[in-house]
Design a protein around this ligand. Structure first.
Ligand code: G4P
Length: 193
């Protein structure tokens, strides 16, 4: 059993609407040593490919992207969701539709931090419908960079994002795949590893 599956079994909670709460170690409080270990496991899975940059989107993506980049020995860059005065001028942008929140938001990345020489690993905490990954891929395309793969902590296997990426031939590594959740009983069914 992966260290993440074990951690979710111990600390994850199922909320109405098929939401898995992992606030105790990832989405609110951060179990730093655990996330570092998970980052090393992800980096190990991609040890056969060249990666020059890890790309994520704020906020929770940072919690996993940071230790992955540290283990790979490369820089990490994150797309911003909020317009800030400090991020003016030359930016890549993409729209992301959030299924969970029912909103559309724009993500931005300063052009100076991604270019055509980069080989990029997208990293995120959750993969559900895959909209965040889609937006990040648009940014990689705008930069003329190469997508090396996608690494996810928790994939919700009952939503289509993961399957779509695999069908497109994208290298996707999810450290835990949840195929079913039951809010009444608290049961979480994981895909066999
Ligand atoms: P998608 O990108 O795969 O299409 O996912 P979706 O729109 O459904 O997810 C929107 C937000 O909700 C994302 O965070 C995602 O990480 C989070 N999310 C989706 N399903 C779950 C779940 O079961 N449990 C938890 N804890 N989060 C979930 P976000 O809005 O970008 O939040 P943040 O990173 O700014 O904190």
């Amino acid at each position: 059993m992966s260290i993440l599956t074990e951690k979710i079994k111990a600390e994850g909670r199922v909320y109405p609407g098929n939401i898995l709460k992992v606030d105790s170690f990832l989405n609110h409080q951060v179990d730093v040593s655990f996330m570092s270990a998970l980052g090393r496991e992800i980096a190990e899975k991609f040890s056969d490919v060249e990666i020059t940059k890890v790309l994520t989107v704020e906020t929770s993506g940072l919690v996993i992207a940071y230790p992955v980049a540290e283990a790979l020995g490369c820089k990490m860059v994150f797309a911003k969701k909020h317009q800030t005065k400090n991020l003016a001028g030359d930016v890549y942008t993409a729209d992301v539709a959030s299924f969970t929140h029912g909103t559309v938001y724009e993500i931005r990345l300063a052009k100076q931090y991604l270019n055509e020489n980069d080989k990029v690993l997208i990293v995120d905490d959750f993969l559900a419908n895959g909209q965040a990954v889609r937006g990040l891929r648009q940014i990689i395309e705008q930069a003329g960079a190469t997508l090396a793969g996608v690494a996810i902590a928790i994939e919700k296997g009952f939503q289509p994002g993961g399957q779509q990426l695999r069908e497109e031939g994208i290298r996707l590594e999810s450290m835990a795949i949840v195929d079913e959740m039951d809010g009444e009983t608290g049961t979480i069914v994981f895909r066999a590893e």
